[in-house]
Design a protein around this ligand. Sequence first.
Ligand code: ATP
Ligand code: SF4
Ligand code: MG
Length: 381
Amino acid sequence: MTEDLVLPAGRGTGDAVAPEPLLQVSGLVKHFPVKGGFPIRRTVGAVQAVDGLDLVVHAGESFGLVGESGCGKSTTGRLITRLLEPTHGTITYRGRDIGHATRRQLAPIRSEIQMIFQDPYSSLNPRQTVGKIISGPMEINGIEPEGGREKRVRELLEIVGLNPEHFNRFPHEFSGGQRQRIGVARALALEPKLIVADEPVSALDVSIQAQVVNLLQQVQRELGIAFVFIAHDLAVVRHFSQRVAVMYLGKIIEVGDRDSIYTRPRHPYTHALLSAVPEVNLVSGEGPQRERIRLAGDVPSPISPPSGCRFRTRCWKAQDKCAAEEPPLIRLSGNRDGHLTACHFPEEPTTEPRDEDIVLDPALTALEDRPAADAEAEREG
Ligand SMILES: Nc1ncnc2c1ncn2[C@@H]1O[C@H](COP(=O)(O)OP(=O)(O)OP(=O)(O)O)[C@@H](O)[C@H]1O
Ligand code: SF4
Ligand SMILES: [Mg+2]
């Protein structure tokens, strides 16, 4: 396989769309110290949860962040909302670096950046009424809307598709999907410009996931709020996000416009993620067959990630160069503006089925082969 011609690319993720991004993250790093030793505990290493992340989110756009468990999605979300402070790097929100801003400096923008959490059960205080939960952020920020907070709470309940008369009820009186709607109403209470939604539907029944995704999409479009939508798989963000970034072990390994990522993925890991999601196929109407790659095995530990390309221990195309040099996130020849890939030996820009399955974990092949081998042994016996 020849190496692709590389074109120069700007830093960030497709920042040609608008002059000043709402949010710009550069070289973002978050390392959590690992303590060990006896009798004196000291720092013996670090979990490299986020390790050099660049991304741009424009006003009103929906940006999807996808990757397997433990790759650093939530940490990224918590850094952007400044629930965590970065180890290194900058987070520029509307032209101001908020990466290391103090609590006091953050106060004016706290209302503009909100977060919706994965678990609608634990993210709502069970002892507070829905009215109190939704008006809480207004109270904390001393905001008195026209007509009063209760009127605003009723409006918000209506926006998220709940009965405005239910503002006196408690969270346990609502279903999972309804509770997540309450979480959305609370996030909307301060008219934010950016919402980080961390796996907002993964704790919900499949049957109601689509309803909540539709609600978020409606909110994003009608209220012009920018979203960073975090999800495990590419199917969930497909209809929601205009641009999508794929994360692996603390880094973005591919980013681009939705269509570019879904129809012309270049990173082997993106290929593997896409082929693991049959629904993507069905929804796109491209026929039931697409490439066949089965991603199995675990992501290596973020305490000691592989050298060079972090995906190399699971990549079927890995070569010596992959261990020696970290592939930069760049625009490859033939790719659209803003579609960046970090791979020395990228895939063809297609999701066509392959002649043979690629199985990324030898243990899985062994397991799958066993029934066939057993049957053969029986026949022979
Ligand atoms: N406070 C913390 N202290 C130490 N390690 C942490 C902390 N928070 C996260 N980590 C570690 O950082 C890595 C990234 O975690 P993170 O929660 O960001 O991943 P994620 O992509 O959101 O995963 P999931 O899909 O399971 O939610 C994991 O290895 C996790 O164990
Ligand atoms: S750089 Fe090498 S190991 Fe990494 S994804 Fe590309 S081919 Fe695979
Ligand atoms: Mg998470």
